[in-house]
Design a protein around this ligand. Structure first.
Ligand code: ATP
Ligand code: MG
Ligand code: MG
Ligand code: MG
Length: 439
């Protein structure tokens, strides 16, 4: 992409309404525009990052054997009356009536609808296990939408639903999700720690939230510092191997890590003092086993091998796709702007032409652009007639991991400059060497 032809409406001034750094930087880098409280347009660069995150989520879900589908945003109230949640959900639910006077709602989540799909099409245990998921817009009329996309009213979420015959099978599905989530966040360059969370009205221990540590996080968290040393890495995983998935769950959840809702002071104080941490975190996902709550209420049953009919065992598992954009920036920035991890960057590399209109500089930039593109990478070429300082400031603000700077002085010796956004270190090298370094 050539910056002169792109749509990147960067702001020079700090927007007064933004209280936290990710919100400020997303506005300044021209990623989003607020349309109403908690409702945003995703401008081209923000949209690109959102889609890269979504793509990683899809790849890891599919790797785990989960099946994508797409449910609508608008749902009939009657389904929610069956589960009893139409009245229970309260003010967070946006209720709508169509021209025929039928009650509808903009889905805040999809347990009811997926259960309806299941009961319409599945009868036998032979069709289990089954995990269906989608990535779709949700609406929750949050009392206090704030921090940009972190607490929006309209937001993008991956929500997956598991269907199993037995509780053991459902717990394996839970473990599979935990493993796939660890991989998902790590691929984005993010540490998200599974923490024991509150089962809410459903109760039970079978829920974990994934938290990214950040001062601006809305949750208070308590943990053993050893949890931050754990990484999943690139180990092989067989998602059908129950013992292996259970092993990963135990490895990642046996040390103390809880949100304030489930915090237990006595257990916490049993950790050696130097390892006790009290901090804040951003909830970027949650996994939940809830058994037959919806299947019983809505009559989603399966025939068992011995000819009985039982309500199907279920769980639901969410990732805050749009919130992750903000969380990634909270975890990756400096005073100049964003620093994208390579896994989610909107463009792989910036090209800065220090002397636009100079034949040698222009053709060297074009050649770089072609070579990077031929490698399957997406460069963003700043081909505007602008001062070098302004070009550098824009590149630092939007945070591409690499910048290649092309100027007449270097070119005289066949050199360009490669700069890492994260370390700030620059190195002179040939254009070919620079291209080879970018992944
Ligand atoms: P929170 O505690 O932040 O209100 P939640 O527990 O109500 O979130 P879940 O129902 O667990 O949310 O939804 C799954 C994921 O969707 C959350 O882990 C979070 O990452 C994301 N999410 C929830 N509410 C919002 C929101 N208002 N804006 C953006 N993302 C959200
Ligand atoms: Mg909430
Ligand atoms: Mg929560
Ligand atoms: Mg939650």
């Amino acid at each position: 992409m050539r910056l002169s032809r792109y749509f990147l409406p960067v702001l020079k001034e700090n927007p007064a309404e933004a209280q936290i750094v990710s919100h400020r930087l997303m506005l300044r880098a021209g990623m989003i525009k607020q349309q109403q409280a908690g409702i945003y347009s995703w401008l081209p660069m923000g949209f690109k990052v959102l889609k890269r995150i979504e793509q990683i989520v899809h790849e890891e879900q599919i790797r785990a054997g989960h099946i994508p589908l797409l449910m609508p945003t608008l749902q009939p109230a009657d389904l929610w009356r069956e589960s009893g949640r139409y009245d229970d959900y309260g003010e967070e639910m946006l209720r709508i009536r169509d021209r025929h006077g039928r009650d509808m709602l903009y889905g805040p989540t999809n347990e009811e609808m997926i259960t309806d799909i299941f009961r319409a099409h599945v009868e036998s245990y032979k069709q289990l296990p089954l995990t269906l998921y989608h990535v779709q817009w949700k609406f929750r009329d949050e009392v206090r939408p704030r921090f940009g996309v972190m607490r929006g009213r309209e937001f993008y979420m991956k929500d997956g639903y598991t269907f199993d015959l037995t509780r053991e099978d459902a717990l394996h599905a839970y473990n599979r999700h935990l493993v796939s989530y660890l991989r998902t966040y790590e691929r984005m360059g993010l540490q998200a720690i599974p923490m024991r969370a509150d089962g809410g009205p459903i109760g039970g221990d079978y829920t974990h939230e994934f938290l990214v540590l950040a001062e601006t996080g809305e949750s208070e968290v308590f943990y053993d510092s050893e949890v931050t040393d754990l990484t999943f890495g690139d180990r092989e995983i067989d998602y059908d191997d129950r013992a292996q998935c259970q092993g990963v769950l135990e490895e990642f959840t046996s040390r103390y890590a809880r949100t304030d809702e489930t915090h237990d002071e006595a257990l916490f104080n049993a950790i050696p003092e130097e390892r006790r941490r009290v901090a804040r975190g951003i909830e970027v996902g949650q996994i939940f086993y809830f058994g037959t709550k919806y299947s019983e209420a809505m009559g989603a049953t399966v025939n068992t091998p011995d000819g009985k009919k039982v309500p199907v065992e279920m769980g639901s598992h969410g990732i805050g796709v749009s919130r992750l954009v903000g969380a990634l920036i909270e975890a990756n920035h400096d005073d100049k702007g964003i620093i994208w991890p390579e896994g989610v960057t909107p463009f792989h590399c910036g090209i800065v032409n220090l002397k636009q209109g100079d034949a040698a500089c222009d053709s060297a930039c074009e050649a770089l652009y072609a070579a990077l593109s031929a490698k399957g990478l997406e460069p963003l070429y700043d081909d505007r007639e602008e001062r070098a300082g302004a070009k550098f400031a824009t590149m630092d603000l939007i945070g591409l991991p690499w910048r290649i700077t092309v100027g007449p002085r270097g070119l005289a010796n066949n050199l360009v400059e490669l700069t890492s956004r994260r370390t700030g270190e620059s190195e002179e090298m040939s254009a070919e060497a620079a291209v080879a370094r970018i992944v």
